[in-house]
Ligand binder design. Structure first.
Ligand SMILES: *Cc1c(COP(=O)(O)O)cnc(C)c1O
Length: 239
């Protein structure tokens, strides 16, 4: 085993322990939580090693970085999640490799994703990114739509050819009433997910929690955690 593979295996085992312990503490089955490894800024060679180590879900946040990496790893049995702020001029490229886009936060993006998915003859799963630091219908500092905007966007996705509404995603806010209160933020996201599932019962993905707060996310009921640093190491600046 190469040094890098041994290192990634050790990190993965630690993250796996954390998820398993958090599930036990929350009285949840381990299978209820999917680990998504955020590989942004790290090379395709690391993605390949992760795949060898059994990782099945990876995430990226910049198309420029992700597109060539996904192309190099096209032979691997991976599901690619796009989790970054997405400009409409990048949508065509992203739809070429992303199975899910977790950062859907405005109607113009839905229209654009739908057109690209139809053209590529692909079905793209969509999560609405919720900004818990935004006004009800406003937009968050780091992308996302306020809670009041979820219903309308979800309906738009559900009706859009080529798209599927799969659930909600959030990043714990650094400002506003939930700053420093990850558990409360993730519980609020769960309540919003309950509301969403009344209209869209299959939209049961709840993507929350990163390296620093995955325990809080699992405790609140997240179905997917997105972990970068704890698996791959501290990113060089510009991550
Ligand atoms: C980078 C990133 C993560 C992973 O963050 P870590 O702190 O490195 O685990 C999760 N979600 C999103 C949206 C990200 O951009």
């Amino acid at each position: 085993m190469t040094d890098r593979k041994a290192q990634l295996a050790a990190n993965l085992a630690q993250v796996e322990d954390r998820i398993a312990s958090a599930c036990v503490a929350a009285g949840r089955e381990r299978e209820e939580v999917t680990l998504i490894v955020v590989t942004k800024t790290y090379p395709a060679s690391d993605v390949r090693i992760l795949s060898e180590l059994g990782v099945r879900d990876v995430a990226e946040n910049r198309d420029q970085d992700a597109a060539p990496k996904a192309a190099e790893c096209a032979d691997l049995p991976l599901r690619w999640h796009f989790v970054g702020q997405l400009q409409t001029n990048k949508v065509r490229s992203v739809v070429g490799y992303a199975d899910l886009v977790q950062s859907v936060d405005r109607s113009k993006l839905v229209t654009s994703l739908s057109a690209a998915a139809v053209r590529a003859e692909r079905e793209v799963g969509c999560l609405i990114q919720v900004a818990l630091d935004a006004e009800e219908n406003g937009r968050g500092e780091r992308g996302g739509v306020g809670p009041g905007g979820i219903e309308e966007l979800a309906a738009l996705v559900a009706d859009a050819p080529g798209l599927r509404i799969d659930g909600l995603m959030t990043v714990a806010p650094l400002t506003g009433p939930y700053a420093g209160r990850q558990r409360a933020a993730f519980e609020r996201l769960m309540d919003l997910s309950t509301d969403l599932r009344r209209a869209h019962p299959a939209a049961n993905m709840v993507s929350a929690g990163m390296s620093a707060d995955l325990e809080e996310a699992v405790a609140a009921g997240a179905t997917h955690v997105r972990v970068g640093t704890a698996v791959l190491g501290v990113r060089p600046r510009l991550g």
